[in-house]
Design a protein around this ligand. Structure first.
Ligand code: 5GP
Length: 206
């Protein structure tokens, strides 16, 4: 069985990637979502082990030092990292894994696993992004301005990604994600073993 695909998705905060990925996961049976560890406080409704593993900075540093994180980064004052174990296990089982991470982590993963597929989801405009952040109502004014500044920096990294998806109409963005996943899975390199098997079998019956 060939190893599952590693999909890296980045987007400015409140860029809508959570909703897009939730919708994608609903229809893609072989896709799993990695649950990250973070030192930030849970938002209302967030649960430990569901959206994130909420851990202390000390625990985060210990796990990172022990090589338990596939990648990690500091983002607007908090640490975020991808636990390595589940990602490796799922991929070994042939399942595809999506990481929803910011751009520094995205760059680390691309270096570590150059065959990963990277997608940058962008809002249609900064005005729309600002409105979404305000509508969410989970950050104070200073945090909103900080996240908007960070978003601009992140947009500058979009050029490092394989694909760009504009999050204007949700259905279109999800359809784009599905198309990317499908085409990537049909690439020759990901099917070389299968072709070899077909050829070998053909030779045995000739
Ligand atoms: P939030 O605090 O809004 O949930 O997430 C802030 C940013 O951290 C988002 O851009 C999100 O994609 C990113 N993020 C979440 N988990 C990880 C992770 O494991 N690693 C990295 N590098 N970024 C993450």
């Amino acid at each position: 069985m060939s190893k599952g695909l590693l999909l890296v998705v980045s987007a400015p905060s409140a860029g809508g990637k959570g909703t897009i990925l939730k919708e994608l996961l609903r229809t893609e049976d072989s896709l799993r979502m990695s649950v990250s560890a973070t030192t930030r406080q849970p938002r209302p409704g967030e649960e430990h082990g569901k959206q994130y593993y909420f851990i202390s900075r000390e625990e985060f540093q210990t796990q990172a030092a022990q090589g338990m994180m596939l990648e990690y980064a500091e983002y607007v004052g908090n640490c975020y990292g991808t636990p390595r174990g589940p990602v490796d296990q799922w991929r070994e089982e042939g399942l595809d894994v999506v990481l929803e991470i910011e751009v520094q982590g995205g760059a680390q993963v691309k270096k570590l696993a150059p065959d990963c597929v990277t997608v940058f989801i962008t809002p249609p405009s900064m005005a729309v992004l600002e409105q979404r952040l305000r509508d969410r109502g989970t950050e104070d004014e200073a945090a909103i301005l900080n996240r908007l500044e960070t978003a601009l920096v992140e947009l500058g990294h979009a050029q490092e990604y394989d694909y760009i998806v504009v999050n204007d109409r949700l259905e279109d963005a999800v359809e784009d994600m599905r198309a990317i996943l499908r085409s990537e899975k049909r690439k020759y390199e990901r099917n070389a073993d299968f072709i070899r098997k077909v050829i070998t079998h053909a030779e045995t019956i000739r």
